[in-house]
Each structure stands twice: as structure tokens, then as C-alpha cells.
Design a protein around this ligand. Structure first.
Ligand code: BG6
Length: 498
């Protein structure tokens, strides 16, 4: 099937290409990381910055961590060392890690804007005259505006880009307000609204697969596609993120963000170019054609025991699980249901998009041949790191007579020689920000459209149904998708996995 990284493929723009073009110059950067002792910094940002700063892709970096915790440089370096060792050790060796740690400093939030300004000035003095600034706001939505104001008070707006974490606002009103407040300080060209699913290699492969091949695009519409599933169950619980999650829930944390961005890549019309405006325009059209989310087509769940966790209200109505059906009212997709599901403490951790094609007439095959009994033909994208793709179809079982069974063609990036080139999603997106490339970032207009389509659900959410940890969610998920069925758990495992 796909030949990954075929040298003959002419990529039209550097936007989706991981290698730094030979002559591309990226100035050195002082990176100011807000929320530096948080979960995201620990799991992804510090390991990612360590790998980038030690690779030939990124320029010289100095990283200043800040948060509400009172730490000194030494304690922060120890925190970062533990984070990289636990979550990124396969990417940097001991020597590289020590070099990276020397580039770290910490400023406690209590030092105010003055302390941040001084730390950035020191970093810039070391980096040279053309140093630029990257501010990473790894903070919950309510903290975004205070951080922006701190940056303004510290005089750190010029020569700066700012990465803002999702969710961007918590509903339409707050997203509009947040956008207006951010624009009082930063120009739109300085703002990078991150959704790390767009930085995942397999998510970008959806675009390559759809638009670089003549085979599938002609059948990529309501005439051939019966329904689509975007299914992202997690085994992970909330660990120390309860404070963030209790006021967020699965819909805001995952659906209006990651799952909808993936939906957009599946559903967009061919963009005229691989560049931010063209892709943003097409994605916004998808979001505008999304029908408002009808609470009757939504199952909200909460795992047993959630209300007993520290920091959670005994009467909490926060959903730790959500499944919903939605539709796009446009010529390509009218009448094709998109089923979305995600949640915490579920049976398996998976990230799949599954396209179910319309079924063939079955009458020519003898009774009991098995035709159609294993569901429709499917194209499945696995958005997990192995980055797999599978096309399943009926074929003849060898031997006399005509017995049919499900077969599949599969591809995995991890089988190619280029697997080492894969950048982790945050690495990719931080690098794109250093380069000033907005292609894989979300736009204010798109986010606002999504919040607008969410109003019926946010105003009148169905009450949460309990589910057992380790299950696939409340029973109502089966009624939601009937007469279709969830692909997960898979009947057949991926080839090569155990
Ligand atoms: C984050 C959510 O954005 O994405 C988390 O806040 C979730 O709740 C995570 O676990 C999933 O990302 P990934 O890359 O591990 O699939």
C-alpha cells in the first residue's frame, strides 16, 4: 500500500515535512514554559524540548520554567531529569540530558513579571542578538488571560510567539472573550493554538492518504461510505489532573478538541495547498457544516469511584466518558453518521478512525457462505505511535466451495526504515512554532464554530451514567450506534501485534 517517504514524492511545502530544509535558518529561542511542573510538562514538553534541543532540527534553546510551585534551578533540573528519564529516555542519552539540563532555569510565579523579564534577558544575552521568544502556556483555560497579562507587564511581547493549550475557552462566550483578550496583547500571527493530535504522524498521514492517491478520494463520500467511527478509549485514569478535569470533562478535554480535529481531516475537501490558510479554510467549512450536537445522541458516563477521588465533588456531574453521533450537512457527507467515543479508565487504550463502506448485494453467494457476516469493509487508521493502516475486505477461504472470510491489507510506519524520523506530536508542533509555521494549528474561527455547535449539549447535557472501570462505557453506547456496531474491541488483532 503506502510507500512511506518515497524519495520521488515532491512535497509542495515544508509545512508537513519533518526534516529541516538544508538552508532554513531558525534563530535561537528563549522558551518560557508556564505550568512547568504540571503533568503535560512532565510527560511531553520537557522530554520533547530535551530531544529537540539536542537534535539538528531545532536552533539553540534556553528554557525557563515557571509555575506556582516554589522551586530553585536545582530542584527544577531534578524534576526535568526525572521527567525525561521516565518519559523520553529512549530519545536522549545521559550526556545529552546533562547538556539539556544546563540550559534550564526556574522562576517561581511569586517573583512576578520582573523576575521573568530578568530570566529571559539572561537567556537572550547567552543566545545572542537575534534571539527570539517562545512562550508555552501549559495552563488551564482560566489561567490563560492572567498569563498573557503577566507577559505584557514583563515586556515579553515583542519577538515572541505564544503557544496556547487546549481547550481554548470552555464555551462559545469564553472562547470569544479569550480571543479578544489575547488579541489586546498579541497579533494573530504570534498565536499558535495547539491541538497535539494534529502533530501526530498518523493524523497527517490521513491527508497524505486521502489527497496523494487516486484510489480512495473518488469513493470518499456519502455514496460509498456508510459511517465513520473515531474511537479513542484510554485506560489512563486522572492521576494528579483531577483539579483540571473536574471542571473540564471528556467533551471539552477530548471531543471539541482532538476528536473534532481528526474528524476535520477525514471530512475536508481537498485544500488548494498545504499551507495554513488553505487548510484552515477547509477545516472551518467542515465545522460550519456540523449539525448542532443533539443531547439525545449523546451518552455521558462517569466511572464508578470517580466521586470518591480527592478533589471531586460527591455530586459531580463531570463526564469521564462520552460517546455521540453527529452529522455534517454538506454534499459530501449528508446522512453519514460520525460516531465519536472517548473516556478514561476504559478497557483498552486505542486511537482509531474506522471508515465503514457500504455493503455489497449478497444474493449471488450461497447461504452460509459467510458473506456480510463480519460487518462491512473497513478502512482503519490507527493514530497510535505504530501508525498503522488496515483495509479489510471479504475474500475466499482456500478449498472447495465458496466460503468467505475477512482478510486485510495492512501497513505500519514502524515497519519502514524511517521510523526513527518520527517526531512525537509535541516535538513536531513546537518545532513548527519555532519555524513560524501555522499549518498544523487550530484557528479561532474553527474553535468558535465548534463551541457554537456544542451549545445544545452544553446547555442541556444528559445526566451521567455509571460504568465500571475496565469496561467500554455505559451500556447505552450500543443503542447509540445500532444497527451498526463499535469496531472496538477488534475481532482480529493487528498483524504483528500480540
Ligand atoms: C490530552 C488530554 O490533550 O490528550 C488527556 O488532556 C488525554 O486527557 C491526552 O489523555 C491523550 O493524548 P495522547 O497523545 O496520549 O493520545
Amino acid at each position: 500500500m503506502l510507500e512511506a517517504n518515497d524519495e520521488n514524492i515532491a512535497w509542495p511545502a515544508p509545512g508537513l515535512w519533518p526534516r529541516r530544509a538544508a538552508k532554513e535558518y531558525i534563530p535561537p529561542h528563549a522558551v518560557l514554559l508556564f505550568g512547568a511542573t504540571g503533568d503535560l510538562a512532565k510527560r511531553k514538553l520537557l522530554p520533547g524540548l530535551a530531544r529537540l534541543s539536542e537534535s539538528s532540527l531545532a536552533p539553540e534553546l534556553r528554557v525557563i520554567g515557571t509555575s506556582l510551585d516554589e522551586l530553585d534551578d536545582g530542584a527544577f533540573r531534578e524534576f526535568a531529569r526525572a521527567a525525561v528519564e521516565e518519559f523520553g529516555s529512549d530519545k536522549v542519552d545521559g550526556e545529552q540530558l546533562s547538556r539539556f539540563l544546563e540550559k534550564l532555569r526556574y522562576v517561581s510565579g511569586s517573583g512576578g513579571p520582573q523576575a521573568l523579564r530578568q530570566a529571559v534577558a539572561d537567556a537572550e544575552a547567552a543566545l545572542g542578538e537575534d534571539a527570539r521568544r517562545l512562550h508555552y502556556l501549559s495552563v488551564p483555560p482560566r489561567a490563560a488571560v492572567p498569563v498573557i497579562e503577566t507577559l505584557k507587564a514583563a515586556g515579553l511581547v515583542d519577538r515572541a510567539r505564544v503557544i496556547m493549550e487546549k481547550p481554548f475557552g470552555s464555551d462559545l462566550e469564553s472562547a470569544i472573550e479569550l480571543n479578544a483578550r489575547v488579541h489586546q496583547t498579541f497579533r494573530e500571527s504570534q498565536i499558535f493554538r495547539i491541538d497535539h493530535f494534529l502533530g501526530k504522524e498518523p493524523a497527517q498521514n490521513i491527508l497524505a492518504f486521502r489527497f496523494a492517491n487516486g484510489l480512495f478520494e473518488p469513493i470518499w463520500n456519502r455514496n460509498f461510505i456508510h459511517h465513520v467511527q473515531i474511537d479513542i478509549p484510554e485506560t489512563l485514569g486522572l492521576e494528579n489532573r483531577v483539579g483540571f478535569y473536574e471542571s473540564t470533562g471528556a467533551y471539552r478535554d477530548m471531543v471539541v478538541t482532538h476528536l473534532m480535529q481528526v474528524l476535520a481531516f477525514i471530512a475536508i475537501e481537498p485544500p488548494t495547498a498545504l499551507e495554513p490558510r488553505a487548510i484552515g479554510e477547509e477545516k472551518n467549512k467542515v465545522f460550519r457544516s456540523l449539525m448542532p450536537i443533539d443531547p439525545r445522541n449523546v451518552v455521558r458516563g462517569q466511572y464508578d469511584g470517580y466521586r470518591d477521588e480527592e478533589g471531586v465533588s460527591r455530586h459531580s456531574d463531570t463526564e469521564t466518558f462520552i460517546a455521540l453521533a453527529c452529522t455534517l450537512d454538506n454534499w459530501r457527507w449528508a446522512g453519514v453518521p460520525f460516531y465519536l467515543r472517548t473516556g478514561k479508565r476504559l478497557a483498552e487504550g486505542q486511537r482509531i478512525v474506522s471508515i465503514a463502506f457500504r455493503e455489497a448485494p449478497k444474493s449471488m453467494f450461497p447461504p452460509n457462505s459467510g458473506v456480510g457476516t463480519k460487518g462491512p469493509d473497513h478502512l482503519t487508521f490507527d493514530l497510535a505511535d505504530a501508525s498503522r493502516l488496515s483495509l479489510s475486505f471479504y475474500g475466499k477461504r482456500p478449498g472447495p466451495g465458496m466460503r468467505l472470510e475477512k482478510l486485510s491489507m495492512q501497513f505500519a510506519t514502524s515497519d519502514t526504515d524511517e521510523v526513527e524520523d518520527v517526531l512525537e506530536a509535541y516535538e513536531r508542533l513546537i518545532l513548527d512554532t519555532l519555524r513560524g509555521d501555522h499549518t498544523l494549528f487550530t484557528t479561532a474561527e474553527g474553535i468558535e464554530s465548534l463551541w457554537e455547535r456544542s451549545i445544545p449539549l452544553l446547555e442541556d447535557p444528559p445526566s451521567v451514567k455509571p460504568y465500571a472501570p475496565g469496561s467500554w462505557g455505559p451500556n447505552a453506547i450500543h443503542q447509540l450506534i445500532a444497527p451498526n456496531a463499535w469496531r472496538l474491541p477488534f475481532e482480529r488483532v493487528w498483524r504483528g501485534s500480540h
